[in-house]
Design a protein around this ligand. Structure first.
Ligand SMILES: [Ca+2]
Ligand SMILES: [Ca+2]
Length: 390
């Protein structure tokens, strides 16, 4: 649980990157808005070239199909299939109705580990409840691709819901990952309601672990307590927006903290990560939250950020195209408009590099050839392919 003080290093990197950032924004503004930009961006100080491949309307998540095409979710409720070779985009019908607004709408999309044989796709989204309430939900269905570049989801079934549904439209979390154990892992945000993150009768502010059909594994840490408590793997989370397993099967998570409190955590069975009792940040209204070192009984982050990066999307790289980066983590930065590279050393993690991208980065995936793919946030969010700088 060693903590790394990143502030000074970040300030240095930011200062060094100001010119690059300005140049990147100018280049982005110069691109034609209506056409898919074709120009690649190669900066002398970046070890990669970023080539735009497409644009999406408020993209939130993506995942590669076995045939090399991409499924891309758009927050207002659309699911797209993008063919990288032809640059054609198709629609997938049969997606659930989403409660769009605030931070909510369509969320993550992932494939079942045996997708090639069972065709199962999992999606997360904000689901409307009674009155003025809503909550994250995860549904699964069978994807049938058609001959026209699109497809359809059928037999959709909701297999998990946040409980309880609450007012407002923030902190859904709802990232999904399959573990090497074949289990379904979901990050559940605390919906900006604070205390539910410590309430074991609620699954808000938790990392939950389920079987692939949504049932509860008998070996979960609180399984014998039943109800939503049985779903809980870890607690005390705020707005977790990244889940990734490394090659050794260890789960890492990042979450948006309060002011000055973004975190990356090594997720341990049954552990309490302390929010909202402790955080290395403080509430945005100025109210102080005691830091992690005042309450060692809570699991402290392996690294935290002040100023924040606003983390979104997470991969732990396992490809060959960037051999120096094998085993490193990549986190998208929203407010920091960056790609953050994490180096792990056993149980420890630290920010090793930050690449200014000139746009809010929402999602990251590793492609079949080892290229790194990014989705920008926003109504004209570009899909970018990163390949090694020549
Ligand atoms: Ca993804
Ligand atoms: Ca604090």
């Amino acid at each position: 649980m060693t903590k790394y003080l990143l502030t000074a290093a970040i300030a240095t990197v930011l200062a060094a990157c100001n010119n690059t950032s300005d140049a990147a924004s100018a280049a982005a503004q110069a691109l034609p808005a209506a056409a898919t930009p074709a120009a690649a961006t190669a900066d002398a100080d970046k070890p990669f070239t970023a080539t735009p491949a497409a644009e999406f309307n408020q993209p939130w998540a993506m995942t590669f199909l076995p045939d090399g095409r991409l499924l891309v979710s758009e927050r207002q409720g659309a699911l797209k299939v993008f063919d990288i070779a032809s640059k054609k985009t198709g629609n997938v019908s049969g997606v659930p109705a989403v409660d769009y607004g605030g931070q909510g709408g369509f969320g993550d999309v992932v494939l079942h580990p045996q997708f090639a044989s069972n065709g199962l796709v999992y999606v997360s989204y904000a689901e409307k409840g009674d009155g003025d309430t809503r909550g994250a939900a995860v549904a699964r269905g069978k994807l049938t691709l058609d001959g026209n570049g699109g497809g359809a989801l059928s037999a959709m079934k909701v297999i998990w819901r946040q409980s309880p549904k609450v007012t407002d439209r923030g902190h859904y979390g709802h990232r999904i990952a399959f573990g090497p154990d074949g289990k379904l892992w979901i990050s559940s945000g605390e919906r900006q309601k604070f205390d539910p993150a410590q309430d074991m009768k609620s699954n808000l502010g938790k990392i939950v672990r389920l079987n692939d059909d949504g049932s509860v594994p008998a070996d979960n840490p609180f399984a014998e307590q039943g109800g939503v408590t049985a779903q809980i793997w870890s607690l005390g989370h705020r707005n977790p927006l990244g889940l990734a397993f490394n090659a050794q099967g260890q789960l890492w998570e990042h979450e948006m903290g309060p002011k000055g409190g973004d975190e990356i955590n090594r997720i341990e069975r049954g552990a309490n990560y302390g929010y909202p009792i402790v955080s290395n940040g403080d509430h945005y209204d100025g109210k102080i939250i005691p830091d992690h070192d005042t309450r060692p009984e809570f699991n402290a982050p392996e690294a935290s950020w002040n100023p924040v990066i606003s983390p979104a999307g997470f991969v732990i790289y396992s490809g060959d195209l960037f051999p120096d980066w094998k085993g490193d983590g990549f986190i998208g930065g929203l407010s920091s408009q960056s790609l953050v590279r994490i180096e792990f050393d056993g149980d420890k993690a630290r920010e090793a590099a930050r690449y200014e991208m000139g746009a809010r980065i929402r999602e990251i995936e590793q492609g079949p050839d080892g290229a790194i793919w990014l989705l920008e946030d926003g109504t004209q969010g570009r899909l970018l392919k990163l390949t090694p700088a020549s």
